[in-house]
Structures are given as C-alpha cells and as structure tokens.
Design a protein around this ligand. Structure first.
Ligand SMILES: Cc1cc2nc3c(=O)[nH]c(=O)nc-3n(C[C@H](O)[C@H](O)[C@H](O)COP(=O)(O)OP(=O)(O)OC[C@H]3O[C@@H](n4cnc5c(N)ncnc54)[C@H](O)[C@@H]3O)c2cc1C
Length: 533
C-alpha cells in the first residue's frame, strides 16, 4: 500500500530530466531535505535520455555538452570525467561552441578503457541541398560556388544587392527579417524550407523580433569580405589559421550518449537517500492559499493513485499541465497556459550495412564524416540526419554498421505522428533513398521514437506568457524550472542552472525565487534548429 503522505521535510520533484535530477542531487548534497522525483517515463533523462535499441543507442537530437558556466562544466565532469587521451592533461580543456571558447582544467581524467567517461568531440555538420554537401555555416568558398553553379551564384548576389537597396519596411515577419539580410533568393534557397519544416508555420507568420532574438546568422557582407580577403592572405598567416582553428566546435559527450550522464546522476541520488519513482505521473496538486501542500501521483504500472505531502514542489512538467493542475480562478491565465504552442519531434533510428556517397570524405561503406546533416531538400520531409557512429563509436553495437537518426519535426497527432511504426520506418527509408543517400535493401533494422513537446515555441499565446509566470510566482513554495517547466528554449545547462537556483532559493527560505527566470533570458546559443545560418 503506497504511503498516503510523506514527511513534510521533503521536496517533490515532477520530472527526472536534467532539471529535476540536478535539483534532487543538489538538495541531497546541500541539505537534509529528501527529494522524491516522479517521472512518468520508464527511464530518466527527459529529452536528454539515451534510447537503447538492441544495443544501438539513440540520442534524441544529438546533445552537445557545452556551457559557458564553469559550475555546469565542473558538475558534469564530477559525474563523468573526461577520458585520458581526449585532452592534454597539462593544458586546459578547450570547448568551443558558436564562436565562444571555454577553458577548464579537468580535475581528473579517467582511464580510456572505462565506459563511465566523457569524450571530447569535434563537430562536423553540413547542409545537404541539391543532392550535394555544403559547408556549415555556409561559406562563400570555391566548393559552395561549384555546388551552386555560377549562374545561381550571380542570381543570389543580384537578389542580395536588390534587398540592400529595397529593404522591406517595416520589418514585420521572419520572412522580412531573412530577405532584408540575405536577399530573396538566398532566403528561399537556405532558410525558408528548413525553418518552416522545423516550426510548421510559414516564415511570414513568425515575428521578425523572434528572428532577431534567435537567429545569430551569417552576415553576407562579412562573408563576402572574408572570402575576398582570404584570396589575398598569405598561406603563412598563422594568426588567421589559429582563429579558424579556434572556431572549430568542440564539445564534451558521454561515451554512451547523453542519457548516461543522467543515469549516473540518478544512481547518485538513490545512493544518497533520494527517491526516483519511474512510471509515476503527477496528476494533481493540492494547495492551501499560496502554499502547495501535496501532490497527487498515479502509478502507471498498477494504476494506483496516492497523495504525497511536500514542503516544496519543483516542477519540470509543461507549464500547460502545471497550470491546469493548480486550477486558477482567472480565465485569462487558463487560456494562455492552455494554448502555449509546442513543436513535437520524431526520430527513425535506421541501422544500415552501407550508404551511397560520392563524397570523398565518406568512409569505405559510404558513411559521411558528419555528426549531423541538415537536409535542405524541399522534396522530402526529413529535417536532419544524425550519424550516431560519429558522436561516439560506442553508441553502435556493431561498428561495421551505420546507425542513423532521421529527424522529423511534426505536431502531436498529425499524419506523420500518427503513422504506425513500420509505415514510418518505411517512409523514412524511402526518403533517404530518394535523395540518393541509401539503397533501402541495405537497411538492417530500425526503430521509432516520438518526443512530444520537444520545442516550447514562442508564437501565439506565448506573447502573454508573463501573466502565467506572475500567477505561478505567486505560490511561495512552487518552483517551475527547466525547458517545458519554464516554457523556455533551454539547453541542458540552462535547465540545470535554473534547478540550482531553485535549490538556492529553497535553502534561503524562498529568497531569490524570481532570479530563476533570469537564466537563459539573453543567451544566444541553443541547439540549432531555427535556420542554418
Ligand atoms: C532536438 C534537440 C536537440 C537538443 N540538443 C541539445 C544540445 O546539443 N545540448 C544541450 O545541452 N541541450 C540540447 N537540447 C535540449 C535538452 O534536451 C533539454 O534542454 C533538456 O533535456 C531539458 O531538461 P529538463 O529537465 O528541463 O526537461 P526534460 O528533458 O523535458 O525533462 C522533463 C521530464 O519531466 C517528465 N514529466 C513531464 N510531465 C510529467 C508529469 N506530469 N509527471 C511526471 N513526470 C513528468 C518528462 O517525462 C521528462 O522526463 C536539445 C533538445 C532537442 C529537442
């Protein structure tokens, strides 16, 4: 019989993703408050989990571990140290991402034979368009010109010049934003289809402001200047070479995928006396005035429902669900929360004998060298292709095979989402065949993973989000944190920092509670889904 109530000296946490687990471990490390984490999935990690399919591991999206926060970088390395041989022990470990560099001296390195380690990976991702590979970020290089052809390049140049002379004003939509910066032709070639695939909304219905905030793109003027200057630059110009080297992105990556980090954290939580109850869904909240007193939970395995009393409630559940459970009396708050937009995501894991490639950088069995590839082809729905072997060879059971993730942006319940798994796998394999990357007869196996609410979106009702936030902030011992928990486009590190800020506030009797919302309010690095700029 499940307990009707737990000690008041406990914090209930809804969700065992990066935010929920960070909060639980920090509470255990820094206080005598016992965390009880409820997670409706059968494994921990949230969107950052690793799915193990017959020994082949899938990362849902490709999770780079990087952060400008030293606290986060150290935290990760305390859980999973960097493997020997991945970095020079005498030199700082240098992580580069989106033109920033972060240096940290690892406190220890682990034997490279161990599985409980982080690798240091170098990013390669390209754009696949017109059945050819283009550099990412897009460069005005000889290969780009060759791939585009002289006539198309001239057209792009002309359309760019026109856009500079005739700027769209006022700049209202994301389409205006792109055209003003890149010209109509480049926008249609490289930005429109992909952005619309990702968000499922025409660029003219997305606000320009959103583009300014989210798309730190290529400046065409800068790119042209750079391309021309590089023609005259001496090959012995080492400072330039160094700059270019420092811009190569390097990030940490758990040997067995991102979920390995969160599985290790979960082990530590239970070893220190915390509890994680998997397949348990938070379905209700009890409150007295501005105080949360208990949480109602359903055990998804037995169907039993029970109530757990709590001193504090940390929620990483979608704002929509949390708000509904609080039953606000204000209809405006209900409406906004209920209509907060999300974008969902599906991945087909395909195991292959070989791929087809004319790319000179491809391996003997045709596997491209990229971590992931943006698919810009307008005649297919696939948005991105992950090559898991290149994230970590340990993700693949048999290293002679190629383990791919075919990523689709969709809406829960739409035609793609509702396809049965075997039809979806067939559809995905046909798409790769159509763009010339594989022969379907080389597919050995496959699986499908659906990720609801993968992207909290910033359109529609989101413009009024402050009203919901103010309502949630009114509860003294309620801490909404994390990606869907705050309806914010968080990376793992932001979710962890928000969770840590919540723990700080709990340990300071609620002081600094609203600081949580300052995390990731200005940041300009996120997983790149907006546009390939
Ligand atoms: C395609 C893609 C690529 C990404 N790439 C990167 C990257 O390169 N680097 C990076 O750092 N981040 C990346 N991210 C972001 C990263 O996945 C998230 O920031 C991180 O997982 C958020 O952690 P969280 O704990 O806030 O939320 P989640 O991971 O969403 O975890 C929330 C948990 O709460 C559970 N839950 C929800 N409702 C309930 C309920 N009622 N009861 C019980 N449990 C509940 C869910 O099942 C889930 O496990 C990427 C995300 C996507 C979609």
């Amino acid at each position: 019989m499940p307990p009707a109530d737990e000690s008041a000296k406990c914090a209930v946490i809804g969700g065992a993703g990066p935010a929920g687990l960070t909060a639980a471990l920090e509470l255990l490390r820094r206080s005598d408050i016992k965390p009880i984490v409820f997670e409706f999935d059968s494994q921990v990690g949230g969107i950052s989990k690793t799915v193990n399919y017959r020994g082949n591991r899938m990362d849902l999206g490709g999770h780079r571990f990087f952060s400008k926060s030293d606290w986060v970088m150290r935290w990760w390395q305390e859980i999973l140290p960097v493997a020997q041989g991945q970095t020079d022990p005498a030199a700082p470990l240098r992580i580069n991402y989106q033109q920033r560099t972060h240096e940290l001296i690892p406190s220890e390195l682990a034997p490279s034979s161990s599985d409980a380690v982080m690798l240091v990976r170098q990013r390669l991702s390209r754009i696949f368009y017109r059945r050819r590979y283009f550099d990412y970020p897009l460069k005005l290089s000889a290969s780009t010109l060759q791939n585009m052809g002289l006539v198309e390049t001239l057209r792009i140049g002309l359309s760019y010049s026109q856009a500079q002379i005739n700027q769209r004003s006022p700049e209202i939509s994301l389409e205006d934003f792109f055209v003003n910066r890149f010209g109509e032709r480049l926008y249609r070639t490289f930005f429109k289809d992909y952005t619309e695939k990702v968000w499922g909304v025409p660029c003219r219905e997305i606000s320009a402001e959103w583009g300014a905030q989210r798309i730190k793109g290529l400046s065409v003027t800068k790119a042209i200047t750079h391309a021309v200057a590089s023609r005259f630059r001496s090959s012995a110009d080492t400072s330039q070479k160094q700059t270019e080297t420092s811009l190569i992105e390097r990030f940490l990556y758990p040997k067995l995928g991102p979920g390995q980090m969160w599985e290790e954290v979960a082990r530590k939580i239970t070893a220190h006396g915390g509890e994680i109850r998997l397949r348990h869904r938070v379905i209700g909240i009890e409150r007295r005035d501005r105080q949360i007193t208990a949480v109602v939970v359903k055990d998804e395995t037995s169907g039993t429902m029970y109530t757990v009393g709590c001193g504090n409630f940390i929620s990483t559940m979608p704002v929509r669900d949390l708000t509904a459970m609080l039953k606000p009396s204000d209809d405006t708050v209900i409406r906004i929360a209920d209509r907060l937009p999300y974008r969902d995501f599906m991945t087909a894991g395909l195991l292959l004998k070989r791929m087809i490639s004319a790319d000179p950088r491809a391996a003997a069995h045709g596997m491209p060298p990229d971590n992931w590839i943006y698919i810009q082809e307008p005649d297919v729905k696939i948005g991105r292709l992950q090559v898991f072997n290149n994230w970590s060879p340990a993700l693949v059971a048999n290293e002679a095979t190629i383990w791919l993730g075919l990523e689709y942006f969709c809406r829960e319940g739409d035609d793609l989402w509702s396809m049965n798994d075997s039809a979806f796998l067939d559809f995905a394999a046909r798409e790769l065949e159509k763009i010339g990357m594989i022969d379907r007869r080389d597919v050995l196996d496959g699986t499908v993973v659906r990720v609801p609410k993968a992207y909290p979106a910033y359109f529609g009702e989101y413009s009024e989000f402050e009203k919901v936030r103010a309502y949630l902030d009114g509860f003294l011992n309620l801490y909404p944190v994390g990606r869907n928990g705050m309806h914010r486009y968080n990376n793992q590190d932001h979710s962890m920092l928000a969770a840590n800020a919540a723990v700080n506030s709990i340990l300071n009797s609620g002081a600094g509670k609203t600081d949580i919302w300052d995390i990731n309010a200005e940041d300009d690095y996120h997983e790149e889904i907006e546009a390939v700029a």
